[in-house]
Design a protein around this ligand. Structure first.
Ligand code: K1U
Ligand code: ZN
Length: 169
């Protein structure tokens, strides 16, 4: 297993639209293992392949307290969304230190393949539903700050670029 580097906003590669995974082969299985290790090490509850500069439709999630219930979704597709929505506080490993409210469906059903390539249907609510929607946005090249006002987004962009310049010194 290996730790992967996470792209930081406003890296333009975060806006790449991911392609479907053709087959869950050994390369994809290694990527899944590396993404899980990277997500746990970064103390995140989710990670999309886009964030590690791999532009395939693959996400990993673990919203459990014990951090022992990994969920792997390959080629996820939303098949149902609740009518009800709520604004939830979100963070993002690609936008460290920034948290803000985003409106999301309260519950979703997703069809996907698991880490072995088997088809499955996942019914999600609460934090899991929010996390799935956040990660599926990444696969479409969308970062959560794009739901915020242009003023907030530009402030965040400047803050991130300043932090990245200071890190390089
Ligand atoms: O995609 C990512 O960058 C991971 C992201 C997932 C996420 C968190 C919160 C709401 C929606 C999606 C994170 O894991 S951010 C760090 C984190 O652990 C966290 C932040 C806020 C609330 C709960 C967890
Ligand atoms: Zn994110």
């Amino acid at each position: 297993m290996a730790l992967l580097s996470i792209l930081c906003y406003p890296d333009p590669r975060l806006h790449t639209v991911a392609k479907p995974v053709a087959v869950v082969d050994s390369r994809i299985k290694r990527l899944i293992a590396d993404m899980l290790q990277t997500m746990y090490e970064a103390k995140g509850i989710g990670l999309a392949a886009t964030q590690v500069d791999e532009h395939v439709r693959l996400i990993v999630i673990d919203v459990s307290e014990e951090r022992d219930q990994p969920l792997v979704l390959v080629n996820p597709q939303l098949v149902w969304t609740s009518q009800e929505t709520h604004i939830n506080e979100e963070g993002c490993l690609s936008v460290p230190g920034i948290y803000d409210g985003v409106e999301r469906f309260d519950a979703v059903t997703v069809s996907a393949q698991d880490g072995e390539g088997k088809s499955r249907l996942v019914q999600a609510e609460d934090l899991l539903a929010v996390c799935i929607q956040h990660e599926m946005d990444h696969l479409m090249g969308k970062v959560f700050v794009e739901y915020l006002s242009p003023l907030k987004r530009n402030r965040i962009k400047k803050k991130m670029l300043k932090a990245q310049r200071e890190e390089q010194r």
